[in-house]
Write a protein that binds this ligand. Structure first.
Ligand code: GTP
Ligand code: MG
Length: 195
């Protein structure tokens, strides 16, 4: 369904640069280094489509990718921490908030949470913003390959509790590994059904 149907469209640095709202879109938000770009590569089956790296702050623009004829996948800059100057980071954060709060065609935000770390205060802030903008969001746990089953249950529990406070949260949590492929078909199917 997904493979080979994606192309890079553009990197956006200001709201005025967003593509015309001619397709629905889903976006991938989360702390720096959580695995947003890697997840887009896994979903699209295209290595290197979105640039991933071990340096927090790799994605510095809002990157648009097509998925088939009628959907955009949107890779966002990370929040929380980054190896970049404070002023630059402030600029992305402002853009990120404007985007999450003001994009008409945004159908669902996927909020990525590292399976090892659970929901942090900065994630909760983003979830509040999504609540207030009435953007439905869904949590995706990343790097599932890095945790053992017991730890996974613990983090799932913590995430469930955190989500319960947010009216815009979609209850199903998706556990993924971009390295090993866990959860990727599930997430593809969720996205396909949004169109
Ligand atoms: P920023 O653009 O900096 O906000 O980061 P990002 O959220 O886009 O993260 P990115 O996809 O660049 O991945 C960060 C690091 O985590 C890279 O070194 C990836 O290889 C690694 N990584 C991402 N997903 C997984 C996964 O499922 N399993 C493992 N083991 N590593 C992963
Ligand atoms: Mg990235």
């Amino acid at each position: 369904l997904f493979a080979g149907q994606s192309e890079f469209v553009k990197g956006v640095v200001a709201m005025s640069g967003l593509p015309a709202p001619d397709r629905l879109e889903v976006c991938f938000a989360g702390r720096s280094n959580v695995g947003k770009s890697s997840l887009i590569n896994a979903l699209t089956g295209t290595k290197g489509l979105a640039r991933a790296s071990n340096t927090p702050g790799r994605t510095q623009e809002i990157n648009y990718f097509t998925q088939g004829p009628s959907l955009y996948l949107v890779d966002l800059p990370g929040y929380g921490y980054a190896n970049a100057p404070v002023k630059v980071v402030e600029k992305w954060q402002k853009l990120l908030k404007q985007y999450l709060g003001g994009r008409q065609t945004l159908r669902r935000a996927f909020v990525l949470i590292d399976s090892r770390h659970g929901v942090k205060a900065v994630d909760d802030e983003i979830m509040k913003l999504l609540d207030s903008s009435a953007v439905t969001f869904q949590c995706v746990l990343t790097k599932a390959d890095k945790v053992k089953a017991k730890e996974r249950e613990k983090v799932l529990d913590q995430v469930r509790k955190a989500l319960a406070k947010h009216p815009a949260a979609f209850p199903e949590i998706v556990l993924t590994s971009s390295e090993q492929g866990d959860g990727i078909p599930t997430l593809r199917s969720i996205i396909a059904h949004l169109e």
